[in-house]
Design a protein around this ligand. Structure first.
Ligand code: ADP
Length: 170
């Protein structure tokens, strides 16, 4: 039984994150999505909101569960007997940072492998931060996040009901 963890801040979860989660869930027996409790960045959603949004998004995947974590991801991986840390790679810009982190994690925990999955073409320019910027300005994002996430963003930014999903809305 091979377990993996997929860590991130997921503020909020996007279709890019979900694509990686679905593909990782097909590679490993069990996938734990680890929502970072205190990332060193300004957050829009609280930890419990980010966990809840993620749980709703992956509820249909039987071998995936969501947990929050604090501290080192390698310690979280050890605690759960996970053999791998899954990361998603977008454009070149992700590579250097992921490479550095992977080497550091390897140094901390040689028994845990970092597995990077390449982003789907449709999501290569999608990040939570850009998504939030566009959503705040009322831009259409309904093809980039699950419906409940679009609703949560709309509420958080006090946008009218038909905003951010009016073009080609589902
Ligand atoms: P971000 O704020 O950039 O979305 P996260 O910490 O939430 O960052 O990301 C968690 C993991 O998901 C990282 O490995 C990140 O590279 C990956 N990821 C984020 N967005 C995408 C995407 N559009 N496609 C593939 N992987 C992604």
């Amino acid at each position: 039984m091979t377990k993996a963890v997929y860590p991130g801040s997921f503020d909020p979860v996007t279709n890019g994150h979900l694509d990686i989660a679905v593909r990782a869930a097909s590679l490993f027996d069990e996938l734990i999505i680890a929502v970072y409790d205190a990332p060193p960045k300004k957050l829009l959603f609280t930890t419990s909101e980010r966990v809840e949004l993620m749980q709703q998004a992956v509820g249909h995947l039987p071998n995936v569960r969501v947990e929050l974590f604090v501290g080192l991801i390698v310690e979280f991986a050890h605690k759960h007997n996970a053999r791998a840390i899954v990361r998603g790679l977008r454009a070149n810009s992700d590579f250097e940072h992921e490479f550095e982190m992977a080497l550091m994690n390897k140094n901390l925990a040689p028994d845990v492998e970092v597995v990077c999955l390449m982003t789907a073409v449709d999501y290569q320019f999608l990040s939570s931060s850009l998504l939030k910027e566009v959503a705040q300005l009322g831009g259409v994002i309904n093809n980039l996040v699950p419906k409940h996430v679009a609703t949560a963003l709309k509420k958080r930014y006090s946008l009218p009901e038909d905003s951010i999903s009016r073009k080609g809305g589902k």
